[in-house]
Every structure is written in C-alpha cells, then in structure tokens.
Design a protein around this ligand. Structure first.
Ligand SMILES: Cc1cc2nc3c(=O)[nH]c(=O)nc-3n(C[C@H](O)[C@H](O)[C@H](O)COP(=O)(O)OP(=O)(O)OC[C@H]3O[C@@H](n4cnc5c(N)ncnc54)[C@H](O)[C@@H]3O)c2cc1C
Ligand SMILES: NC(=O)c1ccc[n+]([C@@H]2O[C@H](COP(=O)([O-])OP(=O)(O)OC[C@H]3O[C@@H](n4cnc5c(N)ncnc54)[C@H](OP(=O)(O)O)[C@@H]3O)[C@@H](O)[C@H]2O)c1
Length: 439
C-alpha cells in the first residue's frame, strides 16, 4: 500500500510541467466562441479617464497610456484585448457635408454595428451622426475607387490585402512569411481629396454604399481591474502614422484613423468598447513552475504588463524587450525594474535598435539578440521554457525565423524541415504563443 501511494505521488510529481490544458486549436475554438458572443452584444460605453504620454523624451514617435472606465459584465483575462470603436473627426464630417451641400440633420437608415452578428438590424440616425460614427470616410475604399473609374488602384490594393492576410495566417501558424513586410504598400488616397479631384463625384448615397462601416480596432490591455461595479481598462497606444498616396501618385502623411481619434478626443468622452479574448493562456493556465521567455517590442509591452500586474504565477521569467532606446523609450521601464528587483522578473534584457550611447549596447533587434545568445536560449529550452511574443507582426515573423535557425544550430533539429515542424508543434501545444499584428 505504501508502495502504491509512493508510486502515485511519484507519477503526479512527474506530470510534464509543460503540458497546458488545451491545444492551440481548442484554445482558438474557445476564443472564437467567446469572441462572437461578446461581439453580438452591443458593447460597453466606457469614458476615457486619462491619457498620459509614456515617452516624453521621444521627439517623433509617441506612445500613450489611456485609461477607460465603465460598467461591464464581461470577464477578461490578462493579455485580452479592448476593441474600440473610433469615430471620424467632426471637421472631416463637416467638410464632407459641405462638399455635398447637406445640413447633416437629414435622417438616414444604417445597419447596426453588430449587423454581421445580428443581420438585418437597422438604425435611424441623422446624416451627421452616421458620418461621424458609422461610415469610414477617411480613405477612398476600393469600391469608391472603382466607382470613380480607378480600378487599377483598387486591384493593386486587393492584391496587397491578400498578401497581408496570407502573411498574418502564416505568422499565426508559426511559419515565417516568404515576403518582406516593407513590400506591402497600399494606395488608399484620402476620400475628400479624391472627391475634390474627381471630374464628376458620385452621389452621396452611392458614395456611402461604397464606403465601409467603421471597423473597431484591437488594443492589448496593459491592465484591467474591477473597482466596485466599475471596470478600469488600460491600453498602450503607439501613435500610428500613415502614408497616403493620392491618385496622382503624390505621398501625404496622416495619422491612423483610430490613433487620431484616441489621441484627440477630450477626456470624459464616451467610447464604445468590447472586451475580446486572446487565444493564449498566460498566465492563468501556467500555475506550475514553467520557465518563460517573453519577447516584445514597443507597445507590445502591454501584453507583458497585463500578465505582471495580474500576478505572474509561472516559473523563472526572462523578458527580452525591444525598443528604439531604453533610455528614452522604456515605456513602463520604472515599473519593470521594480518587478525585477522584487524577483518577479528574473532577467530583463533591453534591446535598443537606436541606442543613444554605448551603455545601451549595439544597435540591434530582439531576434539578433536571440541569435547572439542562442546557447543560453537552448539552456532555457532544455528547462522546458515557454515563449510569449507581443508586438509588431514583422517581429513575430523574424523571431520565428530565428528560432528555427537556433533549433538547427543548437542541434535541436537536424534540418530546416524538422526545425519548422518543431516550432509548429510548440505553437500547437501552446508552448510558443504570440499576439502580433500590424506592420
Ligand atoms: C491583436 C491586436 C493587438 C493590438 N494591440 C495594440 C496595442 O496594444 N497598442 C497599439 O498601439 N496597437 C495595437 N494594435 C494595433 C491597432 O489595432 C491599430 O491597428 C493601430 O492603432 C492602427 O490603427 P489606426 O486606425 O490608427 O490606423 P489605420 O488607419 O487603420 O492604418 C493602419 C493601416 O494602414 C495600413 N498600412 C500599413 N502600412 C502602410 C503603409 N506603409 N502605407 C499605407 N498603408 C499602410 C495597414 O493596412 C493598416 O491596417 C493591435 C492590433 C491587433 C490586431
Ligand atoms: N498584441 C498585439 O498584437 C500588439 C500589441 C501592441 C502593439 N502591436 C503592434 O505593434 C505595432 C506598434 O509598434 P510600436 O510603435 O509600439 O513599436 P516601435 O516603437 O515602432 O518599435 C519597437 C521596436 O521594434 C523594432 N522593430 C522594428 N521592426 C522590427 C522587426 N522586424 N523585428 C524586431 N524589431 C523590430 C523597432 O526598431 P526601429 O524602429 O529602430 O526599426 C523598435 O526598436 C503596431 O503595428 C501594432 O499593431 C501589436
């Protein structure tokens, strides 16, 4: 009997620590079910409580901490997303109304924003309100480009969109994309500029039919906590600038649509939001002693902050954080250093791509650092380390490529195919989880 108990205890203590409760497919299915359920709801109305610059020393690329407060019954996990419905600026709306000589008080019917999930529901609203909060009127859509006889540009954009989607799928499958990101250049001119250049502008109703509805944007929450019946959600917003190419091929710079909205709206403004889940299971499912390497760039630190602030419960943690310069752009650097001092983070590596002085090391990206320290990475892998990535898509692509090179170089895989299979199996078993997007 004693032998049986000892045997059972031995077996229990030797359950592989790396096994999470779900596979990637199961986690994805669960995530999608929650996602559709949440999106079918009309969303929460949160007001923007504060907006603080996180990198005042950076002259040309700002990052902001935004805190929203409101009531919600939706549950969230660290790493989840806040899905925000941005609005067009009142000035842009007025310019379009002036162009079509409309007052804005005319009533029109528009599908509700949850229409894809509850088809057929319509809402009556003023034209001004519809232009402000329903139709995306910043850029000429592909349908609008075709409507005004510019099919070539529309075809080009569609080709680029397909290529971007393919790449996104590949990254999410742990396969590195074949094409270089920098090749993805869209040609979406500003709508008002196009209308003004047009010899014969379409009617307003034809235009609205060819413009898409406003599609909300996702932001990784850097924190989310309950205060009585209220929820506070924090995001880390990178100021996204865009290049618009007009029909004459001239380039113009502007802000991203949601970026412009979130950095301009007055504090207290009510914003429509949804909580959306992510597939990854950090850290709620990692209650065991699993060493973890977190790799992030820029505002991708949001995902890491959410895990730390909810009480990271995994094993030894190594944070590899890519920024332009740790000195001027560490974002939550002081807080991260405190987690390091407390021993929550065992090792922090700041990788600066544009170091300000030699104390910041050589200029490099996180994947270059991983390659230079491949034997140490291998030691962590041998201790069953899990990986979590958060930040831009290109980083996800390049880190995946580097990991496969490390597998081969360090004798974890005999050739390229085996390295690809190994990374895929890690992705499937949630040992390698990533939340990457954008460029
Ligand atoms: C899962 C997830 C998590 C995210 N988390 C965060 C976060 O924590 N913080 C954060 O700041 N952002 C985050 N983002 C990005 C965010 O959702 C928005 O995409 C970002 O704020 C830009 O939106 P925008 O409306 O301002 O820009 P948009 O007006 O939508 O412009 C961006 C678009 O421009 C296009 N584009 C890109 N490059 C070029 C180019 N060179 N020329 C022309 N067009 C181009 C791309 O198609 C892109 O969709 C996340 C995205 C996802 C999917
Ligand atoms: N959960 C998510 O999916 C999530 C969360 C947050 C942010 N994001 C995405 O992150 C982007 C915003 O980034 P940001 O403005 O915060 O970052 P950023 O400041 O522009 O970049 C952060 C660091 O990453 C470097 N970098 C650029 N390309 C890289 C590559 N291919 N591999 C590795 N490092 C690279 C930058 O170097 P240089 O600038 O010197 O080239 C810089 O040092 C958006 O596209 C957004 O969609 C995604």
């Amino acid at each position: 009997m004693t032998h049986w108990i000892q045997n059972t205890l031995y077996c229990l203590s030797h359950i592989p620590s790396s096994r999470l409760s779900q596979t990637y497919d199961e986690a994805l299915k669960k995530r999608n079910a929650i996602l559709f359920r949440n999106l079918a709801k009309s969303g929460d109305s949160f007001h923007i409580e504060s907006r603080t610059r996180l990198d005042p020393l950076d002259k040309d690329h700002s990052t902001w901490k935004l805190v929203f407060k409101g009531k919600s019954r939706t549950k969230t996990k660290p790493g989840d997303l806040l899905y925000i419905q941005w609005e067009n600026s009142p000035e842009e709306v007025q310019e379009l109304l002036d162009f079509y000589k409309k007052k804005g008080s005319e009533l029109i019917l528009v599908p509700t924003l949850s229409a894809p999930y509850q088809p057929g529901r319509l809402k009556l609203m003023t034209l001004r309100k519809a232009l402000r909060s329903y139709y995306d009127i910043t850029e000429a859509s592909n349908s609008t480009l075709r409507l005004i006889g510019n099919s070539d540009t529309a075809n080009w954009n569609e080709k680029m969109e397909i290529s971007q989607r393919k790449k996104y799928i590949q990254v999410n499958q742990g396969i590195s994309a074949k094409e270089d990101n920098s090749k993805i250049q869209f040609k979406h001119p500003k709508l008002l500029k196009v209308l003004k250049q047009c010899s014969q502008a379409p009617s307003l109703m034809a235009l609205l039919k060819s413009q898409p509805p406003i599609r909300p944007r996702s932001y990784s929450m850097s924190h989310c906590h309950h205060e009585g019946s209220y929820v506070k959600a924090e995001i880390t917003l990178s100021h996204f600038q865009k290049e618009y190419t007009d029909l004459a091929g001239q380039k113009e710079t502007g802000e991203g649509r949601s970026t412009a909205y979130l950095t301009r709206i007055p504090l207290g403004t009510e914003v429509k939001t949804w909580f959306l889940p992510e597939t990854h299971q950090f850290p709620s499912e990692i209650k065991r002693n699993i060493p973890t390497i977190m790799i992030c760039t820029g505002s991708g630190i949001a995902g890491v902050m959410s895990l730390l602030r909810k009480g990271y419960t995994g094993g030894p943690l190594w944070l590899i954080y890519g920024v332009r310069s740790w000195k001027i752009k560490s974002l939550y650097g002081k807080e991260l250093t405190e987690y390091h001092v407390k021993g929550v983070i065992n090792k922090i590596t700041a990788v600066s791509s544009r170091p300000q002085d030699p104390s910041e090391g050589k200029a490099q990206y996180v994947q270059d650092y991983l390659w230079d320290h491949r034997s140490e990475i291998k030691e962590w892998i041998e201790k069953e380390a899990h990986f979590y990535l958060c930040g831009r898509l290109a980083m996800g692509v390049d880190v995946s490529k580097t990991m496969k090179r490390i597998f081969e170089d360090q004798g974890l895989a005999s050739d390229k195919e085996e390295a690809a299979r190994l990374l895929k199996s890690w992705k499937d078993s949630l040992r390698y989880q990533s939340s990457v997007s954008g460029l």
